[in-house]
Design a binder for this molecule. Structure first.
Ligand code: UDP
Length: 322
């Protein structure tokens, strides 16, 4: 099979590319390197086994002619290209909205033209600020006001979901939507705010771990290889078409406990530094205080059962960052 991965030089995209290459598929990557990096795929480009299997285009998904050619060539499109990371969204609000809305619209338009199946990577951000758990695919969404730019990310990804589902309903386009919950693992950078690479690198340097807010906010983390496995299976499952799925882990942990765990796991002398949200992100910031996925739906569809627990995830990330 020929797979087009938009955002294929990103953290998740590069792991997805690797998995497809390993199973013998041809992989076409398009990435503008805004948050992705050639470093993420260098080992794949240098691997002799993949010499005739991997094709990399450094360009934006908004480039019509290139996307026309690539979508025409490939059998399935894995659409991962998006503005990601809370810090990135706050730093580049306009660019983020454009990438997420216009970029996805372009991908869907071309998939529709060639009738190619498309998997849309969405995010747990779309749920907004719920306090209950677990979050189910049928839950309402709750956002703050438009003055708080964090919610532009949630709203733009929700619009992507609506657009994809509208193509499915009106044109019968085969779409699958995957809401990813805090995917982590080797090659993720802390540059755009992601907590685990930030805490691990701080701990390894024996610097204070910067816990934002009161540190009681919780997350569940999913290992990138579990996510990649789920994405590949969803792309193959006929009964996934036209549906939205959570992909996430089930081990809920507060950021304070996470910081403690990382200090212990790295045998670091670091202390914890509590930093108010306002100091970290400016005054118009709101966090999600709790985020735990319900995974019954994806479990029933493809038997998804995330295998890698948080201790193992941290072991992998620490080994990589060392
Ligand atoms: N966070 C933190 N310190 C950091 C970076 C992040 O305490 O140096 C917190 C952040 O405020 C959030 C959680 O860790 O409550 C997860 O943040 P991340 O950016 O990884 O993902 P999010 O779930 O916010 O998209």
């Amino acid at each position: 099979m020929k797979i087009l991965i938009t955002g294929g030089a990103g953290f998740i995209g590069s792991h997805l590319a690797e998995a497809y290459l390993e199973q013998g598929d041809d992989v076409y990557i398009i990435d503008d390197l805004s948050t992705g990096s050639l470093e993420n795929i260098r080992h794949l480009q240098e691997d002799e086994r993949f010499r005739n299997q991997l094709f990399v285009h450094i360009n934006t998904i908004l480039h019509h002619d290139i996307m026309l050619e690539l979508t025409g060539i490939c059998d399935v499109v894995m659409h991962l290209a998006a503005a990601v990371g809370v810090q990135y969204i706050l730093d580049y609000p306009l660019k983020s909205i454009r990438t997420n809305i216009q970029g996805t619209e372009k991908v869907l338009e071309l998939c529709d033209k060639f009738k190619k199946k498309v998997i849309i990577a969405s995010t747990s951000e779309v749920y907004g600020k719920h306090l209950h758990a677990p979050l189910m695919e049928t839950d309402n969404v709750i956002y703050g006001p438009s003055s708080k730019f964090r919610w532009s990310y949630a709203a733009s990804k929700l619009m992507d979901e609506f657009t994809a589902l509208a193509y499915y309903r009106t044109h019968g386009l085969k779409v699958v939507i995957a809401r990813l919950f805090n995917t982590v693992g080797p090659r993720q950078t802390g540059a755009y705010g992601m907590v685990i690479p930030r805490f691990v690198s701080q701990a390894l340097r024996n610097e204070p771990l910067t816990v934002y807010g009161d540190g009681k906010q919780t997350r569940t983390f999913t290992y990138v290889k579990d996510v990649v496995h789920a994405l590949i299976e969803l792309a193959e499952a006929d009964n996934a078409v036209g549906e939205v799925f959570n992909i996430g882990g089930t081990e809920e942990i507060s950021m304070l406990d996470l910081a403690d765990k990382i200090i212990k796991a790295t045998a670091s002398t670091s202390k914890i530094e509590i930093i108010p949200y306002e100091k970290a992100f400016g005054k118009d910031f709101e966090d999600m205080l709790r985020r735990v996925p319900g995974i019954e739906k994806i479990n029933q569809c493809i038997g998804f059962d995330p295998k890698t627990d948080l201790d193992e995830i941290l072991k992998q990330v620490i080994a990589f960052m060392k």
